[in-house]
Design a protein around this ligand. Structure first.
Ligand code: GRF
Length: 203
């Protein structure tokens, strides 16, 4: 089976990007990262990419710029590379319709809560302050809503009495680093099947 070409979108730290990169390096994912995109020139993940020989490309959105046009610029860049899968690894901009349509069922995002609870920003804080006893992380396909696309896989993290937002977020992050590469691996082996809102893993 041909290797999948992966584009990773980041905005900051890039630890999920790193987890996926390392799993590719171990030979466990039938794919390669052909593009690293950041909307933030200071993203720490760009430095890690550079160390590994992956040249990042910054697309900075300026307030007032039509989002369709901004993402068209990114798509033109991706077209030169023939991308099969877009991985949103801590990418803070909401995607526009044109890129979602173009890459329908080929964009995956990680969210640090058990969707459909606590979508949007600061999910770990939302969950902690709500007082849930279990939170976790979700990898889902991206549709037009915010964190509403079909759920691919989730990991559960119990909330402890002595937790605070930061300690909970740290334990969720450990699970993210296992879950996200696993989903990318399944995608790259054509193992994910979407049936309505359900995503099944083919045998
Ligand atoms: C992660 O918690 C992810 O779930 C959320 O943004 C954070 C990104 O972290 N979408 P990193 O940049 O991968 O370290």
């Amino acid at each position: 089976m041909k290797k999948k070409s992966i584009a990773v979108f980041i905005s900051g730290r890039g630890s999920n990007f790193r987890a996926i990169y390392e799993e590719i390096e171990r030979g466990n994912i039938n794919g390669e990262i052909v593009a690293l995109i950041s909307d933030n020139p200071d993203a720490q993940g760009l430095r890690y990419g550079k160390e590994k020989g992956i040249e990042g490309r910054v697309f900075q959105w300026t307030r007032g710029e039509p989002r369709d046009r901004f993402f068209q610029g990114i798509m033109d860049y991706l077209d030169q590379r023939g991308v099969d899968l877009i991985v949103l690894a801590g990418f803070m901009l909401v995607l526009s319709k044109n890129i979602i349509e173009r890459y329908r069922n080929r964009i995956v995002n990680i969210h640090p809560a058990l969707l459909p609870s606590f979508p949007g920003e600061e999910a770990q804080r939302q969950a902690f302050e709500y007082g849930v006893k279990y939170s976790g992380c979700t990898v889902h396909f991206v549709d037009e809503g915010v964190d509403t696309g079909p759920i691919i896989q989730q990991r559960v993290v119990p909330v402890r009495d002595d937790d605070n937002t930061e300690t909970l977020a740290a334990r969720i992050l450990v699970q993210e680093h296992q879950l996200f590469p696993e989903v990318v691996r399944l995608f790259c082996e054509d193992k994910l099947e979407i049936v309505g809102r359900r995503v099944l893993v083919k045998k």
